[in-house]
Write a protein of this length. Sequence first.
Lengths: 244, 304, 104
Amino acid sequence: MSDVAVFDRLFGAGGHTVEISGHLVRGGAQVAGRPVAVIGTWNAAAVDGDLALAVSAAVLQVVAEDAKAGATPRPIVFIADTQGQELSRREELLGLNGCFAHVARCVDLARRRGHPTLTLIHGEAVSGGFLAFGLVADRVCALPGAQVRVMDLRAMSRVTKIPLERLQGLAKDSPVFAPGADNYWRMGAVDELWPDTDEGWDERLAAALAAVASAPEGDRRAAIGAERGGRTLAEAVAAAVRDA
Amino acid sequence: MKIKRVSYFEANARARIAALVDEGSFAEFCPPELRHTSPHLARLDAPVAFDDGVVVGRATVAGQPVLLAAQEGKFNGGAVGEVHGAKIRGLLERAVQDKPAAVLLLVDSGGVRLHEANAGLIAISEIMRAVLAAQAAGIPVLALVGGSCGAFGGMGIVTRLCDEVLMSEEGRLGLSGPEVIETVKGVGEFDSRDRSLVWRVTGGKLRRALGEATALVDDDVASFRAGVEACLARPAPGRDAIDDLDVLLAAQDKLQRRRATLADARDGLDVWRSTGFPDPQAVPMLTAESFNQQLAVVQAEVRS
Amino acid sequence: MERFEIKLPAVAAGVAGRTALCGVVSSGNLEVLVELGDDPASCTVEVNTSAHGFRDIWEAVLTDFAARHPAGGLRIAINDAGATPAVVSLRLDQAFETCRSKEQ
């Protein structure tokens, strides 16, 4: 699917100003007759400090514009398509972890200012790049074909010294480390797995934003992970600490 | 009477807590006898720890109530799995109810526990949300970084979400470890066996010079405690102080300008030179006290 | 991991201690959890170890431990990642002393 086709499917052809420049996605659109902002990464972006700060600048601009205009805070649709963080000595020196923290804080600011936040995973969503903004939003939907993971199984095998065959075998029935958007759904971190059809994306998007608006406050992902059977301990252990 | 110096770097998580808090004040939540161990490690036939590598509880520091979490860097690299992460998140959520003077995160971690990959990644994002929620409720979250694993991966992001970051030079703070960068990008990009280089890129003095760390202390639990006490003695920032739009716009500007100013920097020496240290080569050898004195001087010069 | 339980006859300490944990589960190391058990005349030790085939050495080390200390009435649980007998003995002693030092 071409770049433009994704946004046309989501927002209607001619109904949006979403542009891709390099690995940055930015623009505006209308969903169910209301304006939304669209911000994110594209094409398996290796997120470096410049890209991270471009995302955070875009978020702050949306918050500032709506605050200044006294407008209803626009929903922000985040597009997550990243291979993870840029691996670079210079980025480490300059504090890429700090840039990612800044992005997360800006997304959280938007949420607390009343902007509904939604992440759409397109292509890949990996590790640090996904942590910085994708996983901070209120709701996460995986577009058809989306891949979510921490690390390539091969690299994981090298680091943990567990044979690849063993990891592949265990991955078959454990959502814990097998890559896959469906596993993240089972564990409570992805809310919707969109079916592999071309139709109805605009309706799905509208419904997802409505779900954000009506959802109770707070991070319910661990409780949802327990309900779906993907993470049976996280909520219970956190509750044990809260009540100890 | 000579007081024996306790190296923060060498101490395990429980020893760090014991030396940091008022004597006898620590009460552990979900203690090891409850055996909240990792079923995922067990399934991979790897050893488990009764506390899954993180100790959480409440205590007082200089008489002030705190909640604290101390990661055990010697167990699986302090890495975050399902249970480990849930203990930290539960602690931060409890802070909203208990309203302690602060939450202390003794970070000593490489990030996500790969044996529990997805659970670890999600747990870290939950910790991030919980730090933000605790701060929104007016509770300062302080990070202490001085152990052998430093604060990397998702825990490097969590650390930078904290109100204060207290580091020793022995501590390291970053996102991707030097070994990973060397493996993927080659030894020319980052020689992970060049220890001096690793510390010039991710160590406490570099982070303090950049402002990524808010305090540089000695590798001594007493120094970390003094640093925490100093933070607790300051009035808690109004919630606006960290979350306000104007504050974030200023932070955005500062980060962008730093990247422009340090466009050619590849080494801590470049950063110290740019900051105004009179002898960048000598910085790694300075005591924390000397470093802090020199930093105060160059910052005063910038302001004037 | 290899898992087994060893029950040792032991002399009761006569005073109550409190739960204690010593050590860390890292390569060549172990953690020892000491709790109060039911039987004042014995000490039960549950061993989880990544080093297979050394049960007889564990029996010897633990028997020696029970002979050195009044370990009756205690329940011990161990997570071991390949510690030597000397390190195991040291950690058992440390855990026992910590348990005793917390006594009422």
